[in-house]
Design a protein around this ligand. Structure first.
Ligand code: HEC
Length: 143
């Protein structure tokens, strides 16, 4: 799933995530300073740019493809939150709220993928706007 989508800069990021996901490499990933949350954000940043562009053009196929490449990154972040490898820069004691926000955010990503699958461009636009508000709101509290 990862392999077919990513090009140029994302390739190295994805490889890091894949390596970190394989349990025995986790230690190495942590030792080299890898932070699953930051990795998730870098991937999310690229995916979301792609999504914005695709939604602007009403290209639901591209939206769907971009979102597919996100799979697995959230799980890694939550694992990191619980194992202490993820440091939330601000309000770090509000972990439950953070996880809830992240889950909600990914739930909306799923809804967007669904809307793209159904070629519902109106819904795609509304959800993309909602997601952008989600980025800003979480950063305000936790970044
Ligand atoms: C549930 C919370 C949450 C959501 C939702 C979220 N972020 Fe983040 N993001 C964070 C936190 C926390 C950091 C700071 C991580 C750090 O510096 O350790 C961050 C950092 C970043 C960074 C900087 C990464 C770096 O290299 O330091 C980018 C880029 C980013 N987010 C993009 C996005 C985009 C784009 C979205 C929405 C499409 C988004 N984020 C949604 C929590 C969130």
């Amino acid at each position: 799933m990862y392999k077919k989508k990513f090009v140029f800069a994302f390739v190295s990021v994805v490889l890091t995530v894949v390596a970190a996901t394989a349990g025995n490499h986790e230690h190495k990933a942590v030792a080299s300073g890898a932070n699953p949350l930051v990795e998730e954000m870098i991937i999310l940043d690229g995916v979301f740019r792609e999504v914005v562009s695709a939604v602007a053009l009403g290209d639901s196929e591209r939206v769907h493809k971009a979102l597919h490449s996100m799979h697995g990154t959230m799980e890694k972040t939550h694992e990191g939150v619980h194992h202490g490898t993820v440091k939330i820069p601000k309000n770090s004691h509000r972990v439950k709220e953070f996880v809830k926000m992240d889950k909600q955010f990914h739930h909306e990503l799923e809804a967007l993928a669904h809307a793209a699958h159904k070629n519902d461009t109106k819904k795609m636009t509304a959800l993309t706007q909602k997601l952008l508000a989600g980025c800003v709101s979480c950063h305000k509290t936790f970044r």
